[in-house]
Ligand binder design. Structure first.
Ligand code: CA
Length: 398
């Protein structure tokens, strides 16, 4: 019996004291934040409405710490995001909102199909525009948490400013767990810089007003360098023996230069004779499709830094107006590396003297560069693709 009581005491102590400590420190932190926001010109009334009784959301921390079990292959990513159902819905949405989309598309210089593609990928054409998490509480949770506090504090202050300007109430300001809001999932600083009151009612409503939402997305893209007279890029066929060192966002050549090297449109057709710079990307490695990408592709990557995402935007935009399907999505079956395998891969490459820019399990640009160097040294095709085959090869020291 005594033993049991002691155990209960230990349990209660173990469960309650860290939680209490954190609550206190959250409230103390919130006090500082409130003073900071006040000094930056946010009204006392807004701060009272937004911050009184605010509590951190444990689920937000969970989601921030979560590691996906496996990364998706290019094939899986495209099949999930640009499937027949989504293309069908995109066509309907493009037609149903044609008048408004054409008007906004013309004003900002961006074809409506691209706006609809972003809309589809971000919130399934507005179906998820209202959001689940209260933005202020979610951002306060992440700003108080140590991991990326500087970034999220800036987002929180921008979110308070949006409320203070009267665009939305505290209650209606909802979004993703990480503070992305409305039809196009703008974070507060993006809202602050680019969101637009298109219908002129004095409020920028990216949650409930499609005109404001479309115009805000269009404004972001135009200000980020979108060129209405260019496409995003296209799938191409590479010549036999193509040097995969050149399949890299950093390598830019004119279309004439790529043409001279044997790069062709799908079907073997010559590249257009226009004076443009382009790069080649091979998102599934040498065994998958290759794409010639232009300036607009780089602008899509200002929105989201993923090549997979940018290709999903391009493909969805093309497909909804009847343009060609990608001829291949790369090898079938298989899977991407897990987080642990990614770490293992990075550690092994680092041990072999190839710099992966750290061992964090996220196989980004530096890790891909390290894979290319390994492949070159081993006499393999240097596509930098972190396939399971490549991982097995490195693991076995081949
Ligand atoms: Ca408005």
């Amino acid at each position: 019996m005594r033993h049991a009581i002691a155990l209960v005491v230990i349990l209660v102590f173990a469960l309650s004291s860290p939680v209490q400590a954190q609550e206190q420190s959250f409230n103390a932190w919130l006090g500082d934040l409130r003073a900071d926001a006040r000094s930056k010109g946010i009204s006392a009334a807004t701060l009272e409405a937004a911050l009184t009784g605010l509590e951190p959301i444990p689920r937000v921390i969970e989601l921030d710490r979560r590691q996906p079990e496996f990364t998706w292959t290019f094939r899986k990513y495209q099949e999930k995001l640009v499937n027949d159902q989504r293309i069908k819905t995109a066509k309907k949405k493009l037609a149903a909102n044609a008048k408004l989309l054409n008007e906004i598309g013309k004003k900002y210089g961006i074809h409506p199909r691209f706006l609809v593609a972003f809309w589809g990928l971000e919130t399934d054409f507005g179906r998820l525009a209202e959001g689940y998490f209260p933005t202020i509480a979610a951002l306060a949770t992440l700003a108080h948490d140590g991991r990326r506090s500087k970034f999220f504090r800036a987002q929180l202050l921008a979110a308070l400013k949006i409320i203070d300007q009267g665009h939305i109430s505290v209650e209606r300001m909802k979004g993703s767990w990480a503070g992305a809001m409305g039809h196009f999932q703008f974070i507060p600083t993006t809202f602050d810089a680019y969101a637009t009151d298109y219908d002129g009612d004095g409020k920028i409503d990216i949650w409930g007003n499609q005109a404001d939402a479309y115009a805000s997305a269009a404004n972001f893209l135009t200000k980020s360098g979108w060129k209405d007279d260019e496409i995003w890029g296209r799938e191409v066929v590479l010549p036999d023996g193509f040097d995969f060192n050149l399949a890299h966002m950093k390598v830019k050549k004119t279309l004439a230069q790529w043409q001279a090297m044997g790069v062709r449109k799908v079907g073997g057709v010559k590249l257009p004779r226009v004076d443009m710079q382009a790069s080649i990307v091979a998102p599934a490695g040498a065994q998958g499709p290759a794409f010639l990408i232009y300036g607009n592709f780089r602008t899509i990557m200002v929105w989201n830094r993923s090549i997979f995402y940018a290709l999903a935007v391009g493909q969805l935009a093309d497909r909804m107006v009847g343009r060609a399907k990608f001829t291949t999505l790369g090898p079938k079956g298989g899977r991407g590396l897990s987080h642990a395998e990614g770490k293992d891969l990075q550690q092994r490459l680092t041990d072999m003297g190839f710099d992966t820019g750290g061992v964090d399990g996220i196989v980004g640009a530096k890790s891909r560069e390290a894979i290319r160097k390994f492949q070159r040294a081993a006499g393999l095709v240097p596509d930098g693709h972190p396939s399971m085959d490549m991982f097995e090869r490195i693991r076995k020291g081949l």
